[in-house]
Design a protein around this ligand. Structure first.
Ligand SMILES: Cc1ncc(COP(=O)(O)O)c(C=O)c1O
Length: 373
């Protein structure tokens, strides 16, 4: 079967893992520091970047960090990872689920504008498959007072004007789970522009301990009762460990190669698939955008038949994410029309695109899709 995504963990990851085992320090330590240093260099982020257990944790935590009050409203596109709506509800907030732009799968700006109310505090955008939401344009619709939270889980490698998506906003988060461009087993990271809020976030994700608290052993020489600690705030424990970092560190060295390879495959699809199947590329092929190509999404009226036909040919396809406004748990939070979503969910299909897809596989996929017609 040709997979949609395929994690690659090379022998170098096992070698660096064995160094972690030998060191006997499996938790957060030097490997994590080195991972953060190299990754922020790749992303061109100077500060306020921190790794934790998962992007889902970062999203749940983000609702704690912006002083939201019960029943405050958070606008989100129906095409969101479900933890965004669940996380808002867990915190006593009200998700307001709106329509999407069917060509990109990203939030629809006019629907955001219509959904604004006196209780709107934030918009949770998702850069769908790494396709950048034009935040400047979004602000023309919603003004400058609404907090913009960014789910950039799949946007590692997307740069706009030479700036990594998510690196300049109020809050953004990324994922390093087993299906992402940078695989660490599990893992996530966040960036928060405001330094005081960033410090609060780091404390929140580590039990609420003061950020600069030393370990018991490090403070033993200056402190009579070095085993004591006090908490600064309520918190949870979500950490990125040396184990995750050791898996990811060698992968980091290959990110540019992976991105180039995905871009080559996307160009093959662009050039060889029927033009009417490709609707999202014009938004991306702009000089100031470098795109992660996390998904390659085609659109066709015969989507279901095509997916079945490809499955028979051992090509696995899928469609992320199930629409929030159709889920029993969340449908009461849907507002406005969903014409864009209706189109997107009835006609779109994510086809395989990953760095280890061979030319022959890509050609087989193209031939199979073309032969379907
Ligand atoms: C858009 C999006 N957001 C959030 C997540 C959650 O990431 P994680 O698996 O690191 O919790 C995912 C995972 O697939 C995702 O695709």
């Amino acid at each position: 079967m040709i997979n949609l995504f395929e994690p690659n963990i090379g022998t170098q990851s096992s070698e660096s893992l064995s160094q972690v085992f030998t060191s006997k320090w499996l938790g957060r330590g030097d490997f994590v520091n080195s991972f953060e240093e190299k990754l922020t260099k790749f992303m061109k982020i100077d500060s306020n970047f921190h790794t934790i257990s998962s992007c889902s944790d970062a999203i749940i935590g983000s609702f704690e960090l912006f002083d939201f009050k019960i029943d405050d409203e958070i606008i989100m596109p129906t095409n969101s990872f479900p933890v965004i709506s669940s996380g808002a509800i867990l915190k006593g907030l009200k998700p307001v689920i709106v329509d999407i732009d069917p060509s990109t799968g990203n939030i629809d700006f006019e629907s955001c504008r219509k959904a604004l109310s006196t209780r709107t505090k934030a918009i949770y955008i998702t850069h769908y498959g790494g396709i950048p939401v034009d935040i400047k344009k979004l602000k023309e619709y919603i003004g400058n007072d609404i907090i913009i939270l960014e789910d950039s889980a799949c946007a590692l490698g997307t740069f706009v004007d030479n700036q990594s998506v998510g690196s300049n906003g109020d809050f953004s988060c990324w994922s390093f789970d087993a299906m992402k461009l940078l695989v660490c087993g599990e893992g996530g990271a966040f960036h928060i522009k405001d330094s005081e809020r960033f410090e609060r976030a780091c404390e929140f994700f580590y039990l609420g301990l003061p950020k600069n608290k030393k370990s018991g052993m490090d403070s033993a020489k200056d402190n009579a009762n070095w085993w004591e600690y006090d908490l600064k705030r309520i918190g949870i424990r979500s950490i990125f460990t040396n184990i995750n970092a050791a898996i990811g560190l060698p992968e980091l060295e290959r990110l540019n190669f992976y991105l180039e390879r995905k871009s080559e495959i996307a160009s093959k699809y662009d050039n060889n698939l029927r033009a009417e199947l490709i609707t999202h590329r014009n938004d991306l092929l702009k000089d100031n955008v470098t795109y992660s190509n996390y998904f390659y999404t085609i659109k066709t009226d015969k989507r279901d038949e095509l997916a079945k036909y490809l499955l028979e040919k051992k090509i696995y396809t899928s469609l992320r994410y199930s629409p929030l406004h159709k889920m029993n748990l969340f449908q009461k939070y849907a507002v406005g029309d969903f014409f864009g979503a209706d189109d997107f969910y009835s006609r779109s299909l994510n086809i395989p695109i990953h760095q280890f897809l061979k030319d022959g596989d890509a050609e087989y996929i193209i031939d199979s899709i073309n032969s379907f017609y």
